[in-house]
Design a protein. Structure first.
Length: 173
């Protein structure tokens, strides 16, 4: 269990899968995470969350607020020799009205990655039309490292994907 200022991150358990699945099924969350989300079902959810490159590890946490699961965050491609990892997904249940949970969960996982896992670099991808997540990275001091043009085709159009990165020495907390 990792304690943030506002949220707690807990390793995902089997009984959390349905809640996480229901969050992903919402219009606000699913398409922001993946253009292949329509193929996802409850049976394939574990594989979807724990996707990681060969030779790397992966951790999946539920985000808890007031003892309730309100979202999830994944740290994928954890490379213990290169000391880097990927913020694969982060999501907050859109029906949860409490503010700043996403921001707090992101800060909590960054603290954990740099100060507990001793990582040096984190990176994340987000679709260009995802204003909220791009703002979260930008305002959090992440560096915009590039744009993958026309990365995916979704709902009849090509969409770009932004690459964000942050080094341990750049992170202000
Ligand atoms: C993206 C997402 C996780 C953000 O979480 P959230 O709980 O909605 O957002 P928060 O309330 O924590 O924070 C966002 C706000 O903090 C602001 N903020 C971001 N970084 C900040 C910082 N370092 N300091 C102060 N404020 C900051 C943002 O500008 C934003 O302000 P606004 O409410 O005026 O728009 C959430 O909207 C979500 O689940 N979206 C769908 C899934 C998704 O897009 N995931 C990302 C792709 S993997």
């Amino acid at each position: 269990m990792i304690k943030g200022r506002k949220v707690i991150l807990d390793s995902i358990q089997e009984q959390d899968l349905l809640t996480v699945y229901n969050i992903i099924q919402t219009e606000d969350v699913g398409p922001a995470l993946s253009t292949t989300v329509k193929e996802l079902n409850l049976a394939s959810l574990g594989k979807f969350l724990f996707t990681t490159e060969p030779g790397t590890e992966c951790k999946v946490f539920v985000i808890k607020y007031n003892d309730e699961v309100v979202g999830f965050v994944t740290l994928n491609n954890i490379h213990t020799i290169r000391h880097n990892a990927y913020i694969g997904m982060i999501a907050i249940d859109p029906t949860c009205k409490e503010k700043l949970l996403g921001l707090n969960a992101l800060r909590t996982i960054i603290d954990y990655a740099f100060n507990y896992l001793n990582l040096h670099r984190l990176y994340g991808h987000t679709f260009s039309n995802n204003k909220r997540m791009n703002a979260l990275y930008d305002r959090g001091g992440w560096i915009h490292e590039g744009t993958e043009r026309e990365y995916a085709f979704y709902d009849g159009e090509w969409i770009d994907r932004e690459i964000w990165g942050i080094l341990r020495t750049e992170y202000k907390g």
